[in-house]
Design a protein around this ligand. Sequence first.
Ligand code: UT7
Length: 328
Amino acid sequence: MNAKITATAHYVPERVMTNFELEKLVETSDEWIRTRTGISQRHIAAENEATSDLSTKVANSLLEKRGIPAEEIDIIIVCTVTPDHFAPSTAALVQNNIGATNAWGFDLSGACTGFLYGLETGSKFINSGKYQKVMVIGVDTMSSILDFTDRDTCVLFGDGAGGAILEPTESGSGIFDSILHMDGSGGHFLHVPGGGSRMPATVESVQAKQHYIRQDGKKVFKFAVKGMADVSERILKQNNLTGDDIALFIPHQANKRIIDAAANRCNIPAEKVLINIDFYGNTTAGTIPIGMNEAVEDGRIKDGDIILLAAFGAGFTWGSILMRWDAS
Ligand code: UT7
């Protein structure tokens, strides 16, 4: 029994921060950010807006689009590295906000690959035959861990959420292959040093800005190009597919140059590659479900289409998923 996506939704905070605004905060330029990353603007959460708020908007929209009451949801998986709290989980907050009284769930920390980890996990629950409706949300409020005096990171990220409902299908469509990886030896190249049990928050750690995200961009770039291209190429090959068979490639949006390199390696032409990094920046676990929902709403994804997803992120984590779309 495959799992298929029966509804998609996304939400981004109202406030838009342009590259020109960042020029006033750090030594950077709109030209540098656009040419090095492809980003023109990003959305930033309001002061009273947290990850569960973004997720709840997506969850309610998913229920409305699918036309089902919250009581029908069996499991809620919130993929995020920026939860509201360590405890309770963001999933529990979303469960309460939407009134999913029959659901259990959990948060999943897979960074930029979070939504792919979530889809894989959710689809296995569906495969088991025990669960009928699993909600998977990819969401990050990156502004909550961004140091707006650090140009190496603050120009890259944004806030946003997207999600999907997974349900069983007997038609052979839906998610039909996945390759997922993790290599913890790369952890220190992209991390948040403080705030966990390794370095609990103290006045000193906060003053030393240990609770912000830090990245060795050049190192991560090299691994990301190789990781995303390898895993995309491999999943096509092991399914006897080529770039021509793919209707749409939805890659994680960290850098347009990484996306172009992965698409080139798989011979996927530019018109079949979803790129929205210009508008949102890198929303970490949010990028793929945001892109997927935009593509569904624009009619770029139709029933029968083969869709390739690929991501690379902190951990390191990376992976790819193939599915045949069947929303009917
Ligand atoms: O989603 C999670 C995974 N993350 C990623 O995949 C991100 C991967 N890394 C990247 O996307 C890129 O490495 C960056 C966009 C972070 C940086 O691009 P780059 O082409 O690798 O730049 P660089 O680090 O080699 O820096 C080139 C120059 C340097 O100046 P010099 O040494 O050549 O004089 C930097 O100091 O650009 C400078 N620079 C900046 N200039 C203006 C670095 N950041 C900025 C900035 N504005 N924000």
